[in-house]
Ligand binder design. Structure first.
Ligand code: ADP
Ligand code: MN
Ligand code: MN
Ligand code: MN
Ligand code: MN
Length: 347
């Protein structure tokens, strides 16, 4: 039982703040998220510059050997955590003890210090019932009705686990993430959220924080988030993370030739791109289910079966706008996806 003294003590400490330091571990084939809480004083301003570096045991996260296990956490992004009392979320980069970027640190690979590149990621994911290991909406045995009614659907049996999705969206908005929308996807139990940012690092930071918040919110419901790109084999859509991108050149091109020339740069770099577009992507990029084959490279206006889609928006704005690389999958690291796109466009 709590005594009166403890209650008073709790009240006094209410004004101190909780900083949740989040980082990416060394797991393969998809890096996992780890986090731990640092308590700071009531005078904490909420500014990133006031978040000290911290460290963790890299030998427990596949990031170091036991003999010299310390890795450094360098805070790079902060936002309020509305679902936790007096709290902030602090996204971190992982550094080696000598402060060079750790090999697991995809953010450090981004070559755009001026934030000229803008990214809009469409993160798809599947909500899974841990007891059956199947997407919510799938019966224990057999399958639900075939795809068709689920995409942007409404009604019991069509939109499944909406409560979790709505709660996650609200927490993202309250955190100040630039979430642009959500929708139910083509497979039962599959959903999407979109996040846009001016700057590749920021776009990656916000996707990872939104992923973290989704995992944490799902804990409350006893549900699991499945980031795999093809959780159900057969005639069921996989999960992507389309990367919409632009730079100054594309936003002001006013030229079909410029767009085609940028797309052509991607043709010679297929291997480099597929290498960071998420594991098991050959299961998803089959040429079916609104994808292009992993073995081909193609682009086209409004073409959802192409590797890169030129959105109608771009054509209607006299060939100024953005491109959509449809190949990155749900499990890809947005930092690495952005880094390779920037390198190819600027090559
Ligand atoms: P769809 O499902 O039709 O592919 P969405 O609306 O889900 O389209 O996603 C389109 C994304 O493109 C949005 O996240 C949006 O922010 C992004 N976007 C729009 N304009 C730009 C731009 N100039 N640069 C980068 N991304 C952009
Ligand atoms: Mn310890
Ligand atoms: Mn979309
Ligand atoms: Mn989608
Ligand atoms: Mn898309």
């Amino acid at each position: 039982m709590f005594g009166i003294d403890l209650v008073n003590k709790t009240n006094i400490e209410m004004s101190r703040f909780k900083l949740e330091y989040i980082w990416l571990d060394g797991s393969q084939p998809m890096q996992g998220m780890r986090s731990k809480t640092k308590i700071v004083g009531s005078d904490f301003s909420g500014k990133l510059s006031e978040c000290p570096d911290w460290s963790f045991d890299g030998s427990s996260t596949q990031q170091a050997e036991g003999g010299s296990s310390d890795c450094i956490l360098k805070p790079v992004y902060i936002c309020p955590d509305s679902d936790r009392k007096n709290a902030y979320l602090v996204m971190c980069e992982v550094l080696n003890a000598d402060r060079t970027p750790h090999e697991s640190n995809g953010r450090a690979q981004i070559n755009d210090k001026s934030d000229e590149f803008w990214f809009g990621f469409e993160q798809e994911y599947v909500i899974e019932d841990p007891e059956t290991g199947l997407p919510v909406g799938f019966p224990k045995n057999g399958y639900p009705a075939p795809q068709g009614p689920y995409y942007c659907g409404v009604g019991t049996g069509k939109a499944v686990a909406r409560e979790l999705v709505e709660e996650h969206m609200d927490i993202c908005i309250d955190a100040g993430l630039n979430i642009e929308g959500i929708n139910a996807e083509v497979m039962a139990g599959q959903w999407e959220f979109q996040i846009f940012a001016k700057g590749a690092e920021k776009a990656g930071d916000e996707i990872w924080v939104a992923r973290y918040l989704l995992e944490r919110t799902a804990e409350k419901y006893g549900l699991k988030i499945n980031w795999e790109c093809k959780p159900v084999k057969g005639d069921w859509n996989g999960s992507g993370m389309h990367a919409n991108f632009s730079n100054e050149l594309l936003r002001t091109a006013n030229s079909k030739e410029t767009f085609h020339a940028v797309c052509e740069k991607f043709r010679g770099k297929v291997k480099e791109h597929i290498a960071v577009y998420g594991h098991d992507n050959e299961q998803r990029l089959t040429g079916l289910h609104e994808t292009a084959s992993i073995h081909d490279f193609s682009y086209g206006v409004s073409d959802r079966g192409a590797s890169i889609r030129i959105p109608l928006y771009t054509v209607e704005h006299d060939w100024s706008g953005y491109l959509e690389d449809r190949r990155p999958n749900s499990a890809a690291d947005p930092y690495k996806v952005a880094a390779v796109i920037i390198d190819t466009v600027t090559s």
